[in-house]
Design a protein around this ligand. Structure first.
Ligand SMILES: NC(=O)c1ccc[n+]([C@@H]2O[C@H](COP(=O)([O-])OP(=O)(O)OC[C@H]3O[C@@H](n4cnc5c(N)ncnc54)[C@H](OP(=O)(O)O)[C@@H]3O)[C@@H](O)[C@H]2O)c1
Length: 260
């Protein structure tokens, strides 16, 4: 059935890792020939989760290209031969095209669009000016998919496109309301991500739609459940286990499958 995303076949390679709920993640064994140094493009890495992901993948031996909108001192502090820092705004198609040109020689095992905004997220929809509401939708839903489309030719075989969604993007899990416009923007991202995957299904594209948990960042606030390190460690583990898995998979940072 079109909407079923089955677990990996029983004879798929790798060790089973049990995680809570319904998920069964298979760790993909390292192949030194093709996985000696993996590479990631992390988009929206000036601070918060993007910055934490850059740090985590560098520690795990990946080469990382990280993007910022304006110079980020925190990102600059991670400087190493394995890190390339680029500048791009995902809402700027010409800027994204220029980035694509600058990275012409590169292919990435992971292209992860982390960037997102939560402008006036606490206001009910009718209290948010139309232009503000539309901009949240553009940045959180339209721009990530346009970025994925623009960079799909830079995805290495066996790699994944990852998109930073949220559990708030789940329509069926919305029991409490709140964060109305932000929630809708992430639901739109989820829908567009599934359509993106379906459109590219013949190419076996792998799309990971990820919820990082409720995390103590500028967006998540000081009262959030978990710190950045816990979230990005979990996300990196989930990505390592799911890398290249065809289909569209909506998962949280512990590997749990989320309802759409
Ligand atoms: N924190 C949470 O609890 C939580 C929960 C669920 C989902 N998320 C999602 O996780 C992602 C990261 O959130 P965060 O908590 O790390 O938020 P954050 O600390 O506010 O960081 C947001 C990041 O997105 C970048 N960004 C925003 N608009 C951009 C644009 N148009 N082009 C390029 N970069 C842009 C920001 O760059 P600048 O520094 O230039 O502004 C910054 O690097 C977001 O997609 C968010 O929706 C977060």
């Amino acid at each position: 059935m079109l909407w079923d995303f089955p677990e990996p076949a029983p004879d798929a390679p790798g060790d089973e890792i049990s995680v809570p709920d319904r998920t069964l993640i298979r760790a993909i064994p390292e192949n030194p020939m093709i996985q000696s140094q993996r590479s990631a493009l992390i988009v929206g890495a000036s601070r918060g989760l993007g910055l934490g992901l850059v740090e985590t993948f560098l520690k795990r031996g990946w080469r990382v290209t990280a993007t910022q909108r304006t110079p980020s001192p925190d990102l600059a502090r991670l400087a190493s031969d394995a890190l390339r820092i680029e500048t791009a705004d995902i809402d700027d198609d010409a800027g994204v095209a220029a980035l694509h040109d600058r990275l012409a020689a590169q292919h990435f095992d992971l292209i992860f669009v982390v960037a997102g905004v939560a402008t006036q997220a606490h206001e009910p929809l009718h209290a948010v000016p139309r232009a503000v509401a539309a901009q949240v939708y553009l940045t959180n839903a339209i721009s990530p998919i346009r970025f994925a489309e623009a960079f799909l030719d830079r995805l290495a075989p066996g790699g994944s496109i990852a998109l930073m969604s949220s559990i708030l993007g789940s329509v069926s899990l919305n029991q409490d309301g709140g964060w109305e416009n932000y929630r809708a923007s992430k639901a739109a991202l989820n829908t567009l991500a599934r359509s993106f995957e379906i459109r590219h299904r013949a190419e076996n594209v792998s799309v990971l739609i990820l919820h990082p948990g409720w995390v103590r960042t500028e967006m998540g606030g000081a009262e959030a459940d978990i710190d950045v390190a816990t979230s990005v460690t979990g996300l990196a583990d989930v990505i390592a286990a799911q890398l290249g898995r065809p289909g569209a998979h909506y998962l949280d940072y512990r590997g749990q499958i989320l309802a759409w």
